[in-house]
Design a protein. Sequence first.
Length: 110
Amino acid sequence: MFDPQHNAIDHYYAVTGTLAGSWKGLDKDVGIVNWNGGPMGKNCKFFADLGLKQILSGYYDSDENGAGIKEWMDKTKSIPGIAGAMYTTWEAKYGAMGPWAMKAWGSARR
């Protein structure tokens, strides 16, 4: 709830009011699990500029072949503080984990 390009905005989902500016109180020791892969890294620079480390949290029951996480990781190679990627499923779909993991972690890319 700290991403101004996603959910740190006015009236996000069921929030009455605003989450704008919520990132201003984040301590440098806080790690961000960035689950907004749509911008393919444009929001990652925002958190890096705040000095925060991030884990890219992808899959969400799509990206069966790992192409999305590979693209996201490729586009964030030059952004400091990207600590890795995390496979995330809401529907207990683990069948794609192997191909996804090979694209995310299959080589020494970082």
